[in-house]
Design a protein around this ligand. Structure first.
Ligand code: G6P
Length: 344
């Protein structure tokens, strides 16, 4: 067991630490030659997935729409079956295992409607690869931990490279920094944030734009392995209800990095702080305004926004992991969860 974990206490931590290599291979697994023709011709794209794979699809939607102006529709695998309006360009099914029943059903529904389908998966010869017209393999290697980490990063890497190629290679330079950026983030000291989280019963994760799905994934990791109730919200939505729950007992975790959403995000965080909530902010280390309001600042290196999507994702994986570990949770095999869900 210890040999298989290469000295790590859990598979999840081992898999988190594999991510510098995983992102590199995922990005380089897709080239102009291997990009499915259906994606090159698409005027609109639909993405389906479940769990973390859905979050990867949501990141894809934000980034593709802004890089290429191609509209993206996003559906949960389990809900697409109730959608009466067929979609007519391409469906991308994102599934680590390639066996998730709901995602598979969505691909099959697309095929029935004469829609081109593309699978993004980690498993060669999985059911989804046998159904879909084209397959993009993410080459993350087997993932043992039930909670996904490296397969999520690989999905995002593959999808970023798809966008990059559709956008004529405009982000090739940025993506070339992915491996090193993740390597550096792995050594971040999260102990103060872990202390705060492991004593909380409820956590709110907030972000804007592409960092909203990053926070959804962060909150999912936290609840899966630590069993702490963690909810993600688009930062602007808190005032439409969840504000009623804010108190000194409900820490908020937020991404607030320079970019189009920065100013408004800072404003949102000030509103939250005035409700007495402890604030853990992921942002630039010497950001004076953010340091002013954050109780704990987790530093995110300045980089291209795509790279910050990756680094913040990894920081939130580590926060969930170390919080769960400090609470003595089983981590690799959380209660009630399965790695692959093959029933509707
Ligand atoms: C399960 C796993 C999740 C995963 C989801 C979708 O719930 O525990 O980690 O994100 O299924 O799985 P897939 O294999 O389709 O990506």
């Amino acid at each position: 067991d210890t040999v298989m974990k290469s000295g790590f206490p859990h598979f999840m931590l081992k898999e988190i630490f594999e991510q510098p290599d995983v992102i590199h291979h995922a990005i380089h697994s897709i080239t102009e030659e291997t990009l499915p023709q259906s994606l090159l011709n698409a005027n609109s794209i639909m993405v389906v997935g479940c769990g973390s794979s859905y979050h990867a699809g949501m990141i894809f939607r934000y980034l593709l729409e802004s890089a290429c102006g191609i509209p993206v529709r996003l559906e949960l695998g389990s809900e697409y079956k109730y959608s009466a309006v067929p979609f007519n360009d391409v469906i991308i099914g994102v599934s680590q295992s390639g066996e998730t029943a709901d995602t598979l059903a969505a691909i099959k529904k697309g095929i029935c409607n004469n829609v081109k389908t593309v699978a993004v998966t980690n498993v060669l010869n999985s059911s989804i690869t046998r159904s879909a017209h084209d397959t993009l393999l993410m080459h993350a290697g087997p993932e043992i931990s039930v909670a996904s980490s490296k397969s999520f990063i690989a999905q995002v890497g593959v999808l970023m490279q798809v966008i990059n190629l559709l956008a004529g290679g405009t982000c090739t330079e940025a993506l070339s920094h992915a491996r090193q950026a993740i390597e550096q983030i792995l050594i971040t000291d999260l102990s103060k944030a872990v202390d705060l989280c492991s004593n909380a019963e409820h956590l709110f994760y907030v972000g804007r734009g592409v960092f909203y799905p990053v926070m959804m994934e962060g909150a999912l990791k936290m609840k899966e392995i630590s069993y702490i109730h963690a909810e993600a919200y688009a930062a602007g939505e808190l005032k439409h209800g969840p504000f009623a729950l804010l108190s000194p007992q409900t820490p908020v975790i937020a991404v607030c990095v320079p970019g189009t959403a920065y100013e408004v995000m800072l404003g949102n965080l000030k509103e939250m702080k005035s409700r007495g909530t402890p604030l853990i902010a992921l942002g630039i280390q010497d950001d004076i305004d953010l340091n002013d309001i954050a109780d704990i600042l987790i530093p995110v290196p300045e980089a291209h926004p795509w790279i910050q999507v990756l680094t913040t994702t990894v920081l939130l994986q580590l926060l969930a992991y170390h919080t769960a570990d400090s609470l003595g949770r089983e981590i690799d095999m959380p209660r009630n969860l399965a790695k692959s869900v093959t029933v509707e």
